[in-house]
Design a protein around this ligand. Sequence first.
Ligand code: ADP
Length: 402
Amino acid sequence: MNVLVINAGSSSCKYQLINMENEVVLCAGLVERIGEDMGKLAHKIAPDTDKEEKIVLEQPFANHVEGMKKVVELITDADKGVVKDKSEIGAIGHRVVMGGEEITKSVKVDAKVKEIIDGYKALCPLHNPANLAGIEVAEELFPGTPSVAVFDTEFHQTMPSRAYMYPLPLNLYEDLKVRRYGFHGTSHRYVTKKAAEFLGKPVDEVNLVTCHLGNGCSMAAVKNGKCIDTTMGITPLEGLMMGTRCGDIDPAIVPFLVEAKGMTAAEVDTLMNKQSGLKGICGMNDMRDIHAAVEKGDEKAKMALDMFVYRIKKYIGSFYAALGRVDAVIFTAGIGENDDIVRAEVCSEMEVLGITIDLEKNAVRSGEPRNIAKAEGSVAVLVVPTNEELEIAQATMEVLKG
Ligand code: ADP
């Protein structure tokens, strides 16, 4: 069966069509600047193979439906299409960011599920309405084809209350569901399964610290294959320092800024989400630019890099304490998979915890899972490329099989 994975953002829509018999990606792409004067559609046939072909269209897309209509035309094109007819698409898997406490597993989309997704729009204003738009697009363009919603928050629903509760008045949890949910769950779950495979252990016997380091960064403490803690909270702002997000700060900074600078709550929110993190400290949020600047002696870039690394180290220590035993530390996503400098600095001087790094192994670039720890290290240090689209497609198949 072919599964179309849709990850709809507020003005963009990412997609992948995967043949689930052999897990081969038939095509993938991104519709951008939806609703703007000029939009862009970048479509790749047979991506990352020697047969890869790229088609780029620049034209306005009034809304998500218009953008995805064009994608369906490309997918089923008589000449360049990868399927003859859209009936060859057997199911649609949707990335949905927030499912709250109501949804602990991927589910087939129905009216009730849509209502739950809509109910979290106040907490996840950038994601949930867009994810719902993606679902509605699929309903319009693929009537009768089953849609499955796969949630970022699912994997973290196994956290115990001591990890997910905030020490705030209890009624905030009871009335408003103010608690920690965690994000990037599809990625943490995917690399957990891959790491167990790599270590040759059943997934329910592995203890891991997973580090998803991309534009957004989060970590999870995984005990016997299940998440027991994570760094992100009620929103994807808590935890690690990120590209433009601050991560953990003293919450009293918020009222201080409101008083001292006369900022509104919305302005402080924008400051913490878009103007902070690596960018806030050194003006750059791409780690490659930061390394280049450090090379040239840029001190702010060095401070940003040091802060980024230090905060990951601190969380590895605290998750180690929470887990008691760690089989492996996993690095994944843009920085985790590609940045040997960050990996080496994070793992430096951690021998006391059994965490080591073999600098030669660390320097090797590869798309395969690999162990970069020294032979004598008691904890494996794994680089595991993540694949959230494949995880969503696999979860979609599992739901449909019941
Ligand atoms: P997202 O969170 O948007 O999915 P990615 O996982 O693709 O992001 O990660 C994007 C980030 O990864 C970039 O901003 C960049 O900092 C970092 N990155 C990508 N490639 C490299 C590389 N070769 N070296 C260092 N950092 C990299």
